[in-house]
Design a protein around this ligand. Sequence first.
Ligand code: PHE
Length: 337
Amino acid sequence: MAEELTLQAEHAASEAESLDDLRQVRSRFLGKKGVLSQRLKELGSLEPEQRKIQGQLVHQQKKAIEQIFISREDELKLSLYQKRLDQERIDVTLKGRYIAPGALHPLETTVRIVLGVLQRMGFEVEEGPEVEDAFHNFDALNFPPDHPAKEMQDTFFLAEPFKDKFGAPSLLRTHTSPVQIRAMEDRDPPLKIVAPGKVYRCDADVTHSPMFHQIEGFWVDKHVTFRDLKGILTELIKGVFGESIPVRFRPSFFPFTEPSAEVDMGWQNGWLEVLGCGMIHPNVLRAVDIDPNVYQGFAFGLGVERFAMLRYGIPDIRLFYESDVRFLRQLQDPLIR
Ligand code: PHE
């Protein structure tokens, strides 16, 4: 009979499916009004001898049944815990959402490559304003008063109230050469500067855009010669396009350099013009109060779009400005940051 109660408890406990159920079942056996309390009370009516023997049995039984409920409680808690783990599982093998890191624009990449080569040769990077006055853009650069570049159809002049401090009309700079003037107004030589930036001309077709980018470079010191110009520009083009690229210098004309040259590089069995350069004209040095008998310098200007079109093999300049990621993605240069 004692055995039977333990079996009953075991069975009832195993039937309980929740902690609440189990608590109720437990009190049926072990509660104040439970079966075991009842048994303990009944001991009172027994003979002392019998009471002692039966008492021990009931106590052992109570211990055994308590243990049954403890085990079942552990079992239930564990299975509830397992169930929660299953329900709250996250699938760590699921792919995360891709966050596009972005990339440099191919024109910016090209600027950085060119600046990098020149910085390693001692040039410092400096910038000038895109809205210029005629003095810095033309006059100080030795353009004669009637030069065709000053005509309305070639240059963007700004309407009132944009005037320079002398009341002269202001304009969108047509080249980065005015940075030469600003740097030399600011400081005495030696100056070894490279100036990237936007420039503007009334011009648009597959190789020309009304806004494009140039990089100006110049070096002014007491012993700068045409030989330095040739060496540095040859180094620049080979540094950007590769050591094996042939480079040639061809006489040319700019109002602000004398002598002037254009630099061509070998391209598809022919030559392609990639930059303009020359020794800074004495009149330009005089315009900024530098004595041309003491100082000389060279200057050069190159088109960033032209460089980028050659470097990447792009046929149409407008592709650079359309922000079509399918185009831009093809030109990513993972090495340039
Ligand atoms: N400023 C000239 C241009 O825009 C380029 C140039 C710069 C030529 C410096 C000579 C020296 O065409």
